[in-house]
Design a protein around this ligand. Structure first.
Ligand SMILES: [Cu+2]
Length: 195
């Protein structure tokens, strides 16, 4: 490790500690999921927090791979302001495009080991497709804040460090229509909620 890297890491850790809210609780619960595959396409998240209370978006992009003529993962939650690396990990050429209102783009055709980056600045679901393989589809779920998670195979989930207050907890899965539930996050400790 280089001499300059360590202070940088220490600063990054300090910055992330300072970004944490002074009072925060944990939200725990369970959502109904049929199996592991369905859990993988499910996201539990806090719908909306006051804008001023939000930490800055992450600077390292998350990766969505094209492998075996599928997008992986099929549902990728990200905080708004995040970038996504779309990487072709197949032997064949792929494309990525979206006609969604939230973010419209077309990355053209590209071959193995090539990556193209897209930034998502607006919240909402962005359905993505490949122009060559009609069965390839996925969703980039752009969220307002970083308090989201995918549930475990049995549907159980934990959201740590959520700012104290009364918020709406919502479940997302492509095709699912479900009302959010209210959750009163304590300043300390855990609250149970089953959205
Ligand atoms: Cu393709």
């Amino acid at each position: 490790m280089s001499d300059t890297l360590l202070p940088k890491i220490a600063l990054a850790v300090l910055a992330s500690l300072l970004a944490l809210p002074a009072t925060a609780g944990t939200v725990k619960g369970k959502v109904p999921v049929a199996d592991a595959q369905e859990a993988e396409r499910t996201v539990v998240y806090i719908e909306q927090l006051p804008e001023g209370s939000l930490p800055p978006p992450p600077t390292t992009p998350v990766k969505v791979s094209q492998r075996g003529a599928r997008f992986s993962p099929a549902v990728m939650p990200v905080v708004k302001g995040s970038s996504v690396d779309f990487t072709n990990d197949d032997w064949v050429t792929h494309n990525v495009f979206s006609k969604s209102k939230v973010r419209t783009f077309d990355l053209g055709l590209y071959a193995k080991e090539q990556t193209k980056v897209v930034k998502f600045d607006q919240a909402g679901p962005v359905e993505i497709f490949c122009s060559i393989h009609p069965r390839m589809n996925a969703v980039i779920l752009v969220l307002q804040n970083p308090y989201f998670t995918k549930p475990a195979e049995d549907g159980s989930f934990t959201l740590p460090n959520v700012p104290a207050g009364e918020w709406k907890l919502r479940v997302y899965r492509p095709g699912l229509e479900k009302e959010p539930v209210s959750v009163k996050v304590p300043a300390k400790g855990t609250i149970e909620a089953n959205p």
